[in-house]
Design a protein around this ligand. Sequence first.
Ligand SMILES: Cc1ncc(COP(=O)(O)O)c(C=O)c1O
Length: 376
Amino acid sequence: MAKAKVIKLHQSSCTPPLPVTQPYLPSADKYMHYVAKAFDNKWITNGGPLLTELTDRLKEYLGVKHLLLVNNGTSALQLAYHIKGLKNKTVATTPFTFPATLTALTWADANVHLSDIQKDSWNLSAKAVLDDMETQDIDAIVPVNIFGVPCELEEFDQIGQAHNIPIIYDSAQSLLTKYKGKSIFDYGDIHCISFHATKLFHTCEGGALVFKNKEDLERAERLINFGIQELGEVHDPGINAKMSELHAAMGLCTLDDLPMLIENRQQSVERYHKLLANLVEFQTTTYDCDVPPMYMPVKFSSVEELEAVERNLAGNGFMARRYFYPGNHKFMTQKHCELPNNRNATDKILCLPLMHNLSKQHIHSIVKIINKTLIQ
Ligand SMILES: Cc1ncc(COP(=O)(O)O)c(C=O)c1O
């Protein structure tokens, strides 16, 4: 690519700047409809009626039995790692993820082993993990369904069963993902989900765990409340990871409006795909899956192209974001960290603006800037 020229679109620049995403906010009236119930109940935390309502509705919506709501996705990861006893164990995971996947492992005193990702899905490669297992003892695997695209769920289940090790999914970004027409929650031992404000379904801050085993759910229910048991004793020390009624109220609003939120973002994703088809690469998989329209990642052919596009978008008021850059392996101590597919992904993937209220005009302006940058 020749030295990049600065591109300025006079008519369609965005002021104030458009962020990469924006949280969905219901009307204040709608939120207050639920909050008023908390006031009437005089109950704002510790397993109140709104939390129960949200738990029941989510269980039905997702078709899962063992769901526990918590205060954020990072707590969900910490609880899962604690429940599966990962202290001083070696855990294979992906470098192409949000830092919390890995920082929560270090908090659990686990040893992090990074294996490479797949070229097309940008997810942890089951083959790379198996290859690494030939020379390294691995006690658990934490795959991440990155940008909502499911991992090789069947392959990881097979590895888990063959080696008798837990598979814990960081499903922070994949609440609504389907794999071969089935729920992703049918696979693995535990899924950890984030309901952060930027997610398609959110509770401002919040998260959830989905367990295969009822015993793990029951233990987690105690652990999120300091480990206190029915008679007030603590035998298994826990933490405070409870979701409040006010957060559950936001979740109930978002759940009411979820079909509309999905539809709006889906239209934007389809428009981006159509207009960018010959300019960039998209995340793909070899198997059938439904991916929720949560992010709009695109891959450029070089880091120079990506940086020129990012600069020109910012110059016109559109804030794109390089997720997972400069790369988690930079701050891990592991020696063999030159993982080629990960390097390729971290260098060349940029997330374009995506939110429920993104206009057709915004997308056309963004694509025009990308087009002009790449063809100059
Ligand atoms: C892959 C991944 N893991 C973990 C987290 C942490 O979740 P939270 O922000 O709810 O703590 C996030 C949050 O965005 C995430 O995307």
